[in-house]
Design a protein around this ligand. Structure first.
Ligand code: FAD
Ligand code: MLT
Ligand code: ZN
Length: 468
């Protein structure tokens, strides 16, 4: 292996092949701090050609490769196993915005670009890149593509698959495929781009992408509605869609418990209501007319909903700072729950019409089986995507509760399956849900996935142990 590492050093320069334990440590533990692996080395190539050359060396030496972007993934997909035989390939030095074409409404970027930097580059060109999620200051476009990330604007703009027109990929054999096309129509055979998106690094390494841009809305306005039940939130969503149409860009659900943790762990943050309410919905509209029109639309929606007794209280933000403060509450839920302690995470999607019934039934089943356990439910209601997390009963040690993870997963995921939902709406499978998915996908679907993996990566070197 010394020979292999020397060849890698010759390609990237010695300081970009990390082998000391302290240097490698940040790359070996996942964001949640739940999974720590080991690696032969962490390699940090500078561009797509270096990635191709390194992957070719790995193929020749039969060294497994774990691609890593910002390491913010939530399913332990970006860290190696404990064997110490793999290299972590960090893509973060691939950080160039390659081109912006405002007429074609596209931006071409390296895979290691941080999401927020791509949003900023689009804004500077008078355009919008709409993918938005709480980890946007550290996650990368490559990771967003590899997980087909969702976030808070899917309702209007779609998830990462819908935002990508072209890809550049290094195959497991170290060949570079240039599919960087900025076309909205291209029916020339199998869609390789869509195969790599959402593959979580198991089929190849994404090194570049052409992404869609959109016109900037004239005004973006946020409202927070207080509600009694999740069913009321679903009814409010239907009203908002009927009134606002495509202008409704975000509709997030947050339970009282999730916001109580935010205000507990981030005492500077406050809810704009004097009383507590069981549920909250955060709405965003992106208006193509004006700020006044946006305000009038949201105010009309909220007063109608209050007249129908769907909404018990509401605020419409009157400034960008107020909008930001409302979004901050939403975006700090994950951090607050992490600060509170260990918990069991689920990222599920359900047909929107069944959301209320799904939560009611699953809450009951869990309460019977694990008395006192606390459900923290929030998420992208507009997409039917809930983060249905379960915490230990008050007073019980977190670690003791986590031992029951498999049994808790069984209750939640079986319930999702009964409602014809998905056990991973936006985070992917990684290592965390690799075995779980075998229970819910058909043999045919699993076999076809295996055939694709075998055809593209016959040596099984791309992110082994993840997804399949
Ligand atoms: P990593 O974590 O580094 O990697 C994720 C997966 O992609 C791994 O399997 C890795 O091997 C693979 N990969 C990374 N780069 C490449 C590449 N260039 N080529 C091939 N494979 C690659 N996700 C959502 O969908 N919606 C949310 O709202 C959301 N909110 C979040 C909020 C917080 C606070 C946090 C911590 C995470 C959140 N996530 C969310 C999850 C995470 O941010 C996303 O999955 C993100 O897309 C991962 O990007 P990354 O660069 O950090 O990827
Ligand atoms: C979110 O919507 O905030 C994320 O997907 C993160 C999470 O599920 O914790
Ligand atoms: Zn989410």
């Amino acid at each position: 292996m010394t020979d292999f590492l020397d060849r890698c050093r010759a390609l990237t320069g010695a300081n970009h092949v990390l082998t000391a334990a302290d240097d490698m440590a940040p790359y070996l533990t996942d964001w949640r701090g739940r999974t720590t692996g080991n690696a032969l080395a962490v390699i940090r190539p500078a561009d797509a050609n270096e990635v191709a050359a390194i992957v070719k060396l790995c193929a020749d030496a039969r060294v497994p490769v774990v691609p890593q972007g910002g390491n913010t993934g939530l399913v332990a997909g970006s860290v190696p196993d404990r064997s110490g035989t793999a290299v972590v390939l960090s893509l973060k030095r691939l950080n160039r915005i390659r081109a912006i074409d405002p007429l074609n409404n596209t931006i071409t970027v390296d895979a290691g670009c941080i999401l927020e930097e791509v949003q900023n580059a689009a804004t500077a060109a008078g355009r919008l890149f709409p993918l938005s999620l709480a980890a946007e200051g550290s996650c990368t476009i490559g990771g967003n593509l590899a997980t087909n990330a969702g976030g808070t604007a899917v309702l209007r703009y779609g998830n990462m698959r819908e935002l990508c027109l072209g890809l550049e990929v290094v195959t497991p054999q170290g060949e570079k495929w240039d599919g960087l096309r900025g076309l909205r129509k291209d029916n020339t055979g199998y869609d390789l781009r869509d195969l790599y998106i959402g593959a979580e690094g198991t089929l190849g390494i994404i090194t570049g992408a052409v992404l869609k841009l959109f016109p900037q809305p004239k005004a973006c306005l946020t409202a927070l509605a207080a509600l009694r039940t999740q069913d009321d939130a679903v009814a409010l969503l239907a009203s908002a869609q009927a009134l606002c149409g495509a202008a409704l860009t975000g509709f997030e659900l947050m339970s009282q418990f999730s916001l109580a943790l935010v205000t507990k762990h981030f005492p500077d943050m406050r809810l704009p209501f004097t009383e507590e309410h069981p549920q909250y919905a955060l709405l965003e509209i992106s208006d193509s007319e004006s700020e006044e029109h946006a305000t009038a639309t949201l105010e009309a929606l909220m007063s109608e909903a209050m007249e129908r007794d769907l909404v018990t209280d509401a605020v419409v933000a009157s400034s960008i700072a107020q909008s930001r403060a409302l979004w901050n509450l939403r975006e700090h839920i994950t951090l607050a729950q992490a600060a509170e302690g260990k918990h069991i995470k689920h990222d599920v999607s359900i047909p929107i019409s069944d959301i209320g019934r799904f939560i009611g039934e699953t809450d009951n089943l869990l309460a019977q089986r694990f008395p006192g356990c606390r459900m923290l439910v929030f998420g992208h209601l507009g997409d039917g995507n809930l983060h249905y997390n379960v915490s230990a009963p008050e007073g019980m040690n977190d670690a003791q509760f986590i031992e029951q993870q498999e049994a808790v997963n069984r209750v939640v995921h079986d319930s999702v399956h009964r409602f014809a939902g998905s056990i991973s709406a936006e985070h992917g499978l990684g290592e965390l849900k690799r075995d779980e998915i075998r229970r819910y996908k058909s043999d045919t679907e699993l076999r076809l996935m295996g055939v694709i993996k075998q055809a593209l990566d016959p040596l099984g070197l791309m992110n082994p142990g993840k997804v399949l």
